[in-house]
Write a protein that binds this ligand. Structure first.
Ligand code: SAM
Ligand code: SF4
Length: 319
């Protein structure tokens, strides 16, 4: 069954992370094709009626969408959503944290790929580490938003000192820091299997200094989570390349222009915006969703010869 929905609210972003977007020359989805808040709310309600309980808002960068906390408030009011969360690059988080919490966000993940300023700049192409850390502090100041998670994509050149800084961040603040393997969804189409720093490699770097203790895996979890044997904070590994978790996947994605995707790597997507704007009733939309879910991929094929990445890259899918 489907329980988890990722909703991309925009394909636009103020960062240009190397593993996600090209430095220049992104073609944005035209504004009139982007779902309005009313349209997002209607589709989310419908998907919640079909079994979705966890909704994560993402993008592009969700906080660049105008009036974003208003959307959070509308979705927080939907009965049946047990967990409403957000993934952000953190740049606008300091100024929006209070409004997001007031609107009803339950959890926030902040993406930070390095805790060293120069490397952060090299990866994101923005000199913004301090601002992002201020955003992280601002959201962590709200005790009702827990756990706070930090997402990092380990890219070639990641050094031991940086990994250990992430451990210190987790231990000192009680955060869960998660390392996500680099997937072939980058705008530059430069992904190579040999550039993937596996979760196992990062784990070995950590365990040489901090022994870890694995925590029980939650159903449908994409990450393996570890506690430090001697203190607070957690480390997670999301290993879609080296250890695919497809068999257990219960996730759907709704793109900012209203396409339903049943896998990050789907080559096929289902248009919901067209029927919605043509006046389809809930029964008709439900039938379209059910058919798409029925065809959900059994697994991704990154590791197979002839693998073809989807035409959309990460920022246009909604990671
Ligand atoms: N802009 C927000 C952010 O960066 O958190 C939300 C959207 S971003 C696409 C969501 C997550 O996808 C981020 O944690 C980012 O690091 C991750 N991501 C983007 N491209 C990726 C890739 N090629 N492989 C693995 N993770 C990727
Ligand atoms: Fe923007 Fe997030 Fe992609 Fe980085 S990972 S370019 S912050 S959408």
């Amino acid at each position: 069954m489907i329980g988890d929905l990722r909703v991309s609210v925009t394909d636009r972003c103020n960062f240009r992370c190397r593993y996600c977007m090209p430095a220049e020359g992104m073609d944005w989805i035209p504004r009139e094709e982007i779902l309005s808040f009313e349209e997002i709310e209607r589709l989310v309600r419908l998907l919640v009626d079909l079994g979705v309980t966890d909704v994560r808002l993402t993008g592009g960068e969700p906080l660049v969408r105008r009036e974003f906390p208003t959307l959070v408030g509308r979705l927080a009011a939907i009965e049946g959503i047990e967990d409403l969360s957000l993934t952000t690059n953190g740049y606008f988080l300091a100024e929006q944290a209070a409004a997001l919490v007031a609107a009803g966000i339950d959890r926030v993940n902040v993406s930070i790929d390095s805790l060293a300023r120069a490397r952060f700049f090299e990866i994101t192409r923005r000199d913004a580490l301090d601002r992002v850390l201020a955003g992280l502090d601002a959201i962590a100041a709200h005790p009702e938003v827990r756990p706070v998670k930090v997402n990092a994509v380990p890219m070639p050149g990641l050094d031991r000192a940086d990994v250990l800084r992430f451990c210190d961040l987790a231990r000192e603040r009680g955060f869960q820091v998660r390392f996500i393997e680099f997937m072939p969804l980058d705008g530059d189409r430069a992904w190579r299997a040999e550039d993937v720093l596996t979760g196992a490699a990062v784990q070995a770097l950590i365990e040489a200094v901090h022994p870890l203790r694995e925590l029980p895996r939650e159903p449908h979890a994409t990450s393996r989570v570890f506690a430090f044997a001697d203190g607070r904070g957690e480390i997670g590994f999301i290993n879609p390349v080296s250890e695919p978790f497809c068999a257990d996947c219960n996730r759907l994605r709704l793109t900012a222009d209203g396409k339903l995707r049943t896998c990050l790597f789907s080559l096929h997507e289902t248009d919901l915006r067209g029927p919605l704007r043509a006046g389809a009733d809930d029964g008709e939309l439900e039938r379209i969703v059910r058919e798409a879910v029925w065809r959900k991929e059994l697994k991704h094929r990154i590791d197979e010869p002839g693998f073809r990445p989807p035409a959309r890259t990460m920022s246009a899918i909604g990671g």
